[in-house]
Design a protein around this ligand. Structure first.
Ligand SMILES: [Zn+2]
Length: 219
């Protein structure tokens, strides 16, 4: 793995930065040390919905690694700031060919992403906005290091869920009235994790289980 590090560089992940746009060729892979990258399916009318997320357990650049076409299939935007190791796709492919455990890890993460995307498609169609909101907050809360504050405005959460801000406000106010979260400027603080889990749909557990079984070190 030292060969990997010799060819790599460190880059900041600034909140809101678009790292990859739909249709762009993928020339680099990013391995977050911290922070979260959201994968979003943007629509022509400006709306979009988050279908999966990449944190320190994964990497961005899987479209090229999976072969056949190196163009990105969705938008990648920084949801939580941090830093990442950057490596050219050519270097990554060369090293993974020489080091099979890395190749296996890359494919495993692709499987987790596929699970996230499939589950998100079903969830967005079948489950209530409150359940989806709770699911999204739980995933974000899992990555919070301290003080239970999910650094996400309601406007951004509404965008990630693909709904209007007014629709989401009714849900978040209800969660706050029941003592489950507290709405603060620019963030949502989780006050009662157990109740938030009870408010979520089964999709949160399905994705967690996928991480646990496919990427045990990250689960
Ligand atoms: Zn769901």
């Amino acid at each position: 793995m030292s060969a990997l590090m010799e060819r790599a560089g460190i880059v900041p992940l600034a909140r809101g930065r678009i790292l990859q746009e739909v249709g762009e060729p993928v020339r680099e892979a990013l391995f977050p040390h911290s922070g979260v990258i959201a994968l979003i399916s943007p629509m022509r009318d400006g709306r979009g919905v988050e279908t999966a997320a990449v944190g320190p357990e994964g990497y961005l650049g899987f479209w090229a690694v999976l072969g056949s076409d190196d163009r990105a299939l969705c938008r990648a935007v920084v949801k939580e700031p941090g830093t990442a190791t950057r490596l050219s796709i050519d270097s990554l492919l060369a090293i993974s060919r020489e080091y099979p455990p890395l190749s296996d890890l890359l494919l495993r993460f692709s499987k987790v992403l596929l699970t996230q995307s499939i589950q998100a498609a079903a969830c967005n169609d079948l489950h209530t906005l409150e359940a989806r909101c709770a699911r999204c907050l739980l995933h974000a809360h899992d990555r919070v290091d301290q003080n239970d504050a999910v650094q996400m405005s309601q406007a951004r959460l509404a965008f990630m869920l693909g709904v209007r801000r007014q629709s989401l406000s009714a849900v978040t106010r209800s969660l706050q009235a029941r003592g489950i979260v507290r709405l603060e400027p620019g963030c949502i603080r989780v006050l009662n994790r157990a109740s938030l889990e009870a408010s979520s749909c089964e999709c949160y557990g399905v994705v967690r289980e996928a991480y646990r079984t496919i990427l045990p070190a990250a689960g």
